[in-house]
Design a protein around this ligand. Structure first.
Ligand code: SF4
Length: 360
């Protein structure tokens, strides 16, 4: 593990332009010239969620006129088959958390013959593997270890944002109505994924009232789990964006420099892990993040919008390619699982066979 203490991290996060440009220089002198992306399709299976995060515009109540109670198998597979035609390799299954705690969702699952969202997700991933060249990456929220174990068979990687390890945020408008955002529960899911050797994506949400010390603690918690299990393949540094109508509407978003500092420190602490800043939320500052240590654009869809941030369309692949190459870097496609995790240790036989049949 890189020798960075909490005090070092906090100092870096509080630093001025001289220190931060020197740290960026240090990172760039070691940087691989590759910047990766994954061609994906975003599949919003349900937007029903037991949480009510203060910044969310994805969630709906079952009685909302525009709620997606549950996408049916035919609907999902039509999208996945279409993505296959666009040579996508990642099927990103996204959910509200604990949706099957709601009667309406259980009823919709029952109609299709499934007893839980995990069973249904297993079926969708399995169909995707059988009928297309896409590999599933699922983000169903916190999960029990037995459910992670089941889903590992049919997922190339999985993800759960830690967001922040501070329990204090559970008392604020950010997470006071979101029992699933208890950092203890999220760290437990990330740790269980490590025990099961699931290649894992996590990350921080920046600018929702957390302190610099809490950002440092959150990064160190992830580092601790990665040191123990070696399964963190990617860290997303996502900036809060105010949106009309959300409880945090009046909160200011973090400045570009604040984000640059977090990205730089993340790369310093995780030289062995990819760092991503979602480009659709940051296209104007995107090249700055590459200079600060980001080396992945994340999943970019040639055919679906970002349902979590619908106001921010995904930039076209051609635009990301030219932003990358203007810096003298290479724009390289990857699978939802990073090359160093393509092994019997980290993937099920079924996923390994699929990857070898794709010939990627
Ligand atoms: S858990 Fe996700 S979907 Fe649910 S309210 Fe929070 S951000 Fe929205």
């Amino acid at each position: 593990m890189p020798e960075l203490s909490k005090d070092d991290i906090v100092d870096h996060l509080n630093s001025g332009y001289k220190e931060i440009s020197s740290l960026m220089g240090k990172i760039n002198s070691h940087k691989d010239s590759r910047v990766t992306y994954s061609r994906n399709i975003f599949l919003p299976i349900t937007n029903i969620c037991r949480n009510e995060c203060g910044y969310c515009i994805y969630r709906r109540s079952p009685e909302s006129h525009d709620a997606t109670i549950l996408m049916e198998t035919d609907e999902v597979m039509a999208m996945v088959l279409e993505a296959d035609k666009y040579a996508c390799h990642e099927a990103l299954f996204t959910f509200g958390e604990g949706a099957d705690e709601f009667f309406e969702v259980r009823q919709a699952l029952d109609k299709q013959g499934y007893s839980s969202m995990v069973d249904y997700l297993y079926h969708l991933c399995s169909e995707t593997l059988d009928k297309t060249k896409l590999l599933p990456h699922s983000n169903p929220g916190i999960l029990k270890k037995k459910d992670l174990k089941l889903l590992r068979e049919v997922n190339a990687s999985m993800g759960l944002m830690l967001e922040n390890s501070s329990a204090r945020l559970m008392e604020t408008a950010v997470h006071s109505k979101s029992p699933g955002k208890d950092p203890k529960l999220r760290l437990k899911t990330i740790e269980d994924a490590g025990k099961l050797k699931i290649p894992f994506t996590t990350g921080l949400l920046i600018g929702v009232g957390e302190t610099v010390e809490e950002r440092a603690d959150s990064l160190l918690e992830i580092r601790k789990l990665h040191d123990k299990y070696g399964h963190i393949q990617e860290i997303i540094i996502q900036n809060f964006k105010p949106k009309p109508g959300i409880p945090l509407e009046r909160l200011q978003e973090p400045s570009l420099l604040e984000m640059v500092k977090v990205v730089t420190v993340t790369k310093l602490l995780f030289p062995d892990v990819s760092v991503q800043v979602p480009p659709n939320l940051n296209i104007d500052g995107a090249q700055m993040f590459l200079l600060a240590g980001a080396d992945d654009w994340g999943g970019v869809s040639p055919l679906t919008r970002d349902y979590v941030n619908p106001e921010a369309p995904w930039p076209e692949l051609g635009r990301l390619k030219s932003l990358t190459e203007e810096l003298g870097l290479q724009f390289v496609e990857r699978l939802p699982v990073y090359p160093e995790y393509i092994s019997e240790e980290f993937l099920s036989e079924r996923i390994l066979e699929k990857i070898s049949s794709i010939g990627f």
